[in-house]
Design a protein around this ligand. Sequence first.
Ligand code: ARG
Length: 467
Amino acid sequence: MSQATNQSWGGRFSEPTDAFVARFTASVTFDQRFARQDIQGSIAHATMLARVGVLTDDERDAIINGLTEIQGEIERGEFNWSVPLEDVHMNIEARLTDKIGITGKKLHTGRSRNDQVATDIRLFMRDEIDVIEVELKRLREGMIELADREADTIMPGFTHLQTAQPVTFGHHLLAWQEMLARDHERLLDCRKRVNVLPLGAAALAGTTYPIDRHVTAELLGFDRPAENSLDAVSDRDFAIEFTSFASILMMHLSRMSEELVLWTSAQFDFIDLPDRFCTGSSIMPQKKNPDVPELVRGKTGRVYGHLMGLLTLMKSQPLAYNKDNQEDKEPLFDAVDTVRDCLKAFADMVPAIEPKKDSMYEAARRGFSTATDLADYLVRKGVAFRDAHEIVGQSVAYGLKSRKDLSEMSLEELQQFSTIIEQDVFDVLTLEGSVAARNHIGGTAPDQVRAAAQRAREALGALEVRA
Ligand code: ARG
């Protein structure tokens, strides 16, 4: 045994905790991050205990004043965190007892660290979800406005990363926005299950004191007390739900990042990112690297890892609380920080994207992107779709040989493949005609994109009213 330490459960123990074990089992190095929420929960608990007559009003006031002072000490960096005191909860309680004497020891009446820690993480997650939601909203707003501005900007749309049909840049941006709208719903849905009060479950079975959990729930802004004490202290579904929200969001951001990286390359040359979002190379003077989207793409991995970590942490845990659960915090903290920072980076960067419209337009013109429009034209003139497909295929093969886009061929050249083709074909072979023709809900026509942007704005506004 190395050097011994003292702990608050000494009564039952014949020797002190081994110093290494004390360090190994301690969480204070990281759980001090939710000290504010721990104090918030303790103040509500003491208030409730006084209301039901378990504490006197004087005792309650002494506790609340002491905790408020401790909050100040922590904020000013004056609080002395002690590893032998194991975690944030016992550190704060010990300091309270230092300050106000025996009354400090009454705070833990009718409570256990098991329901306390579950309450703290939920309060913490609720605060973080609200911060993340602000960034997510800001990103969605910026994306919708950019889409509206770029409703007429033509670019190639891709399947298999091969030029497929022309679309508008606004339409592409609104596709991204749809991904984020679903993420937003998932975040708010997760928040509902975060916002349930475990306190009162005590260690696992509840408590013999006449507590009123509705009071505590209301004081802390929770929707309701958790229904079952065993579940309340052991449930970490909300942590898994948050990291799955975060993983899906990061998957979306990584897809957007990948496109941004491709688009800034000389080969695509579709957009410019302002210099403030890029870095240079120490050896290659010409380089301007899209670091921000690259890093967001890279950070996706750690968030997926945290989801897997938390799922595995909870797998096979018997009821009720197990020390394993202490391991929920670091992955959650990192997932929260990563998602918040990536959303902030995107919310700052997306409105600053500078589309290179000529270059996008040229790329759409080059890839026979109106081939489907030519086929549809033939169908409208009575040709069966399969035959039309064949005729257009031959025209494209000719275009590849003669290095001409369909719109660059003369009427005579096109008529080699079908005599049904007339002068009006050039109306459908233009990129503008092609996108304008897809004029229905969900289509890429500029008018549809503007209408979709307006609906997206309204949907986002409606969320705000509900919150
Ligand atoms: N630090 C612990 C955690 O994070 C607090 C709860 C400890 N409870 C216990 N019975 N040891 O989970």
